[in-house]
Ligand binder design. Structure first.
Ligand SMILES: [Zn+2]
Length: 300
């Protein structure tokens, strides 16, 4: 059975009216249960990861200053969040959820996280709503425990996975692939192993063709034995931060391309949610929900 990590949402940790759509993390599971895609039994609350697995990726000085709420004012500003104990705990729980969903995927083909994809966290700093990099923590955990040898990170959030790129820039056993808006945040891009920067207004056809070609070339040259998938839905035309022009069907086809490649090549995959900032929460939930529906139809 599909297992989905679900961290407590700590919606109260953000002041009212904060622009980050925290409510999606509680509305999405509700929707998935309501429509019959998942039941309560599919969800698990992650057990908190031993700190050593965080320190495997993050600089200890940064992590302890974060944990002790001692970041400087400008460091806090860069994260986009008001720093609080709840937010730090939530971020640790999210990273724990990605690790546990990935371990689950080793036996069942797929594991998922309601949250995660915090790809703007660098080894020694956070930014863009990301404090700890769950993708990097998970990749390092799998490698260190000999659970994988060659990890592909497919980052299809509209924003470049700059933190992930920085963390793995000199590594040969982790391949970072980011397809993102060329003109979008972050304005100073890091170097992933493969970056595809898309012009504003890119739509389904161009996007899907590029994705298909590049996935094929990665699979036939890098030969990953594990995939971490950041499936942000801020590529939608309706997204307030996105600048691309994908449709809901296009996003579904995108996820289908990644998941069906993983399944047919028998490579375990862990999916984490990433961004989504459409004006209507219904649009965000529906776009995120479809990757869970897809996972159930392919693997359920
Ligand atoms: Zn994003």
């Amino acid at each position: 059975m599909l297992k989905v990590a679900h961290s407590s949402s700590y919606a109260h940790a953000l002041p009212p009216g904060h622009r980050f759509p925290m409510e999606k993390y509680s509305l999405l599971p509700e929707q998935l249960i309501y429509e019959g895609t998942l039941t309560e039994d599919h969800f698990f609350i992650p057990e908190l990861l031993d700190e050593r697995w965080i320190l495997n990726t993050h600089d200890s000085a940064y992590f302890y200053r974060l944990k002790d709420l001692e970041l400087t004012r400008s460091e806090i500003r860069a994260t986009g969040f008001p720093l609080s104990q709840e937010l730090v705990e939530r971020e640790i729980q999210i990273a724990s959820g990605s690790v546990q969903a990935a371990v689950f995927a080793l036996d069942h083909g797929i594991g998922m996280n309601i949250a995660g994809g915090t790809h703007h966290a660098f080894s020694d700093r956070g930014e863009g709503f990301c404090l700890l990099n769950d993708l990097a923590i998970t990749a390092n955990y799998l490698l260190e425990n000999n659970l994988a040898k060659r990890i592909l990170i497919v980052d299809l959030d509209v924003h470049q996975g700059n933190g992930t790129a920085q963390i793995f820039q000199h590594r040969m056993d982790v391949f970072t692939f980011s397809m993102h808006g060329a003109k979008n945040y972050p304005h100073r891009k890091e170097k992933s192993h493969l970056d595809i920067g898309l012009p504003d207004g890119t739509g389904d056809e161009v996007y899907l063709n590029l994705l298909e070609q590049n996935l094929f070339s990665i699979f036939t040259t890098f030969y990953p034995d594990f995939i971490l998938y950041q499936c942000g839905v801020d590529v939608l035309g309706t997204d307030q931060l996105g600048r691309l022009n994908m449709s809901q069907i296009g996003v579904k086809m995108r996820d289908e391309l990644v998941l069906s490649n993983a399944k047919s090549r028998e490579i375990p995959i862990m999916c984490c949610m990433g961004g989504g900032y459409s004006k209507q929460i219904k649009v965000i939930i529906d776009a995120h929900a479809q990757v869970f529906r897809l996972a159930q139809s392919l693997y359920g």
